[in-house]
Design a protein around this ligand. Structure first.
Ligand code: ZN
Length: 149
């Protein structure tokens, strides 16, 4: 399993499909993604980044990997903050990105339990970045024109 690299990679630019059934394959996939994330010192990883067009992400939550299936942001704060982001698919690229500082995310866990989480700080940031991947959006797409100059 390898992480796909490059802003022009088509597989990083497509829309991923919802996970219909949480099978053993999904557990194994989530587990491999968590290991890969740790190995690469990442804070989050999405399934499309390893070439699987599925709505599944893993991220570090309180220092432990957590998987979210079919995650959706149901609320975001009006208040935004600018934080420096990088991405395992864009090695060596870093930029300040402005995003809502707090979000509510709805998802399913690996056991199929529906959850709703209020996130702020770095967790809110990572989850927004990873959910973007599920829609083929990379953080560099969100660099403001002002910053690009
Ligand atoms: Zn990324």
């Amino acid at each position: 399993m390898e992480i796909l690299i490059g802003e022009k990679n088509e597989k990083l630019r497509g829309k991923s499909l919802p996970v219909k059934k949480i099978t053993q394959d999904i557990w194994l996939l989530a587990e491999s993604m968590s290991s890969l994330m740790k190995e690469k010192n990442g804070a989050g990883l999405s399934a499309p980044q390893i070439g699987m067009p599925l709505r599944l992400i893993v991220f570090l939550f309180k220092n432990k990997p957590m998987a979210l299936i079919n995650p959706e942001i149901s609320q975001s704060s009006k208040e935004t903050e600018s934080i420096e982001e990088g991405c395992l698919s864009l090695p060596g690229t870093w930029a300040m990105i402005d995003r809502p500082s707090k979000i509510t995310v709805k998802a399913k866990t690996l056991t199929g339990k529906k959850i709703k989480k209020n996130l702020s700080g770095i967790s809110a940031r990572i989850v927004q970045h990873e959910i973007d991947h599920l829609d083929g959006i990379l953080f560099i797409d969100r660099i403001s024109k002002k910053t690009k100059k």
